[in-house]
Design a protein around this ligand. Structure first.
Ligand code: MG
Length: 336
C-alpha cells in the first residue's frame, strides 16, 4: 500500500525528521536550508527589499500543465517580479491532511524544486504541519518570497498615467480553464494547459531596459484581467479602455467559457502579466516579449485615459462599448 502522511509526520519527532530529510531536503537542497536553523540568514547587498506572501489551496492539487507546487513557486516569484524585484529566496509552509499520499507529496516538492530552478530562486526555510482527516483538503501550501530591487525602481498600481498603453504578455484564462477541466464536473474534454510559469526571466530585463517608462506590472491571477485592471484603474484614478479584438484568447478557453456562460476576462491566469507603459515604448516591449516562449502572444490591448476615473470599459468586435465591473468576487473558488 502506498505510504500516507500520518499525524506522526507532523509531530516533530523521528517521523518528521525523516520526512524533512527524504522529501523536502532531498529536493530543496541549498546550504542555508540544510543548516536546519530557526531562520535562514541571507547576505544582502545594496538596494531595496520586496516581500510577499501567498497561500495555495487549489483543487484538484494537480491539473494539466502543473500542480499546487509549481503554482506556489511561480505565484510567489511572479508577485516579486511585478514589483521589479529579483526573487532571492522563498520560504514554504505545508499544511497536509492526514492520509495524503507520500508519493503525491514527493511530486509536489519535485515540481516546486524544478520551478525554483527555472526561476533561479532558492527555498531557504520551511515548515510542515499535519492535521487530522477532514481538517484540511489534501494539501495547502503557503509561500513567502523575498526579492531585491535597485533603489530607483518604483513600479506601483497607482502609477498608470493617461496616455499609457495597456499590454498583456499572452493569452488569458488558460489557468482558470485548465483547473475547471481538471475538476471533471463539466462532462467536456478539451486540450487546455495551465499557463502557470515564473515570469521573472522575461520581465525583469524589460524593467532594467525601460526603467522609468514602465509604470505598472501586475499578474492577473484570481479575478482575471477584468478585476486586476479595475484595481489598477481605482488605484491610479484613471480609466482603462480595452479593445476586445486585440485580447489574445485561445479557442479552447473561448469554447469552455461560452459553454458555461463565463467571461474569460474574469478567469485566472498564473503565467501572464499586465504591463502599463508609456506609448512610445510599447512596440519595443511587445517585440522583445514575442521573442520569448512565455511572451509569444504579447499584445497591446488598451489605453489609459483620464475621463471616468476608476472605470474599465471594453469595445467589442461589433464596435459597442460596455463597462467591465469589478464583479462581486471569485468566479471559481480555490483556483489558486
Ligand atoms: Mg499578484
Amino acid at each position: 500500500m502506498a505510504a500516507k502522511i500520518g499525524l506522526a509526520e507532523g509531530g516533530g519527532g523521528e517521523a518528521t525528521a525523516r520526512l524533512i530529510k527524504e522529501v523536502f531536503w532531498s529536493q530543496f537542497k541549498n546550504p542555508e536550508l540544510l543548516k536546519g536553523n530557526d531562520a535562514a540568514v541571507l547576505d544582502w547587498g545594496p538596494g531595496k527589499l520586496a516581500v510577499t506572501t501567498d497561500s495555495f489551496v487549489v483543487t484538484p492539487w494537480q491539473f494539466s500543465g502543473g500542480d499546487i507546487g509549481r503554482l506556489a513557486v511561480a505565484g510567489t516569484v511572479n508577485d516579486l517580479t511585478m514589483m521589479g524585484a529579483e526573487p532571492k529566496a522563498l520560504t514554504v509552509s505545508f499544511i497536509i491532511e492526514e492520509g495524503f499520499e507520500e508519493d503525491s507529496l514527493k511530486q509536489v516538492t519535485r515540481s516546486m524544486a524544478e520551478t525554483a530552478v527555472e526561476a533561479g530562486v532558492s527555498i531557504v526555510a520551511g515548515d510542515t504541519k499535519v492535521v487530522g482527516r477532514g481538517a484540511a483538503d489534501g494539501i495547502f501550501i503557503n509561500t513567502t518570497g523575498i526579492g531585491q530591487l535597485r533603489a530607483e525602481i518604483d513600479l506601483s498600481g497607482d502609477k498608470a498615467q493617461p496616455g499609457d498603453v495597456v499590454m498583456i504578455t499572452g493569452t488569458i484564462g488558460d489557468h482558470g480553464g485548465a483547473v475547471l477541466l481538471a475538476r471533471g464536473e463539466l462532462g467536456i474534454s478539451a486540450q487546455l494547459v495551465s499557463d502557470v510559469a515564473p515570469l521573472n526571466r522575461i520581465l525583469l530585463p524589460l524593467v532594467g531596459n525601460f526603467n522609468n517608462g514602465i509604470h505598472v506590472m501586475r499578474d492577473p491571477t484570481r479575478g482575471g484581467l477584468a478585476v486586476t485592471l479595475n484595481e489598477i484603474a481605482r488605484q491610479s484614478k484613471v480609466s482603462i479602455r480595452l479593445d476586445e479584438t486585440q485580447i489574445p484568447i485561445l479557442p479552447e478557453v473561448q469554447g469552455i467559457t461560452e459553454l458555461l456562460g463565463l467571461d474569460p476576462l474574469y478567469l485566472a491566469n498564473e503565467g501572464k502579466a499586465i504591463i502599463i507603459a508609456r506609448p512610445e515604448l510599447a512596440p519595443d516591449i511587445i517585440e522583445r516579449l514575442s521573442r520569448e516562449k512565455l511572451g509569444a502572444k504579447a499584445a497591446i490591448i488598451g489605453v489609459v485615459g483620464l475621463e471616468n476615473p476608476g472605470l474599465v470599459s471594453i469595445r467589442s468586435q461589433s464596435g459597442g462599448e460596455r463597462i467591465l465591473p469589478m464583479g462581486s468576487g471569485e468566479l471559481l473558488p480555490r483556483i489558486c
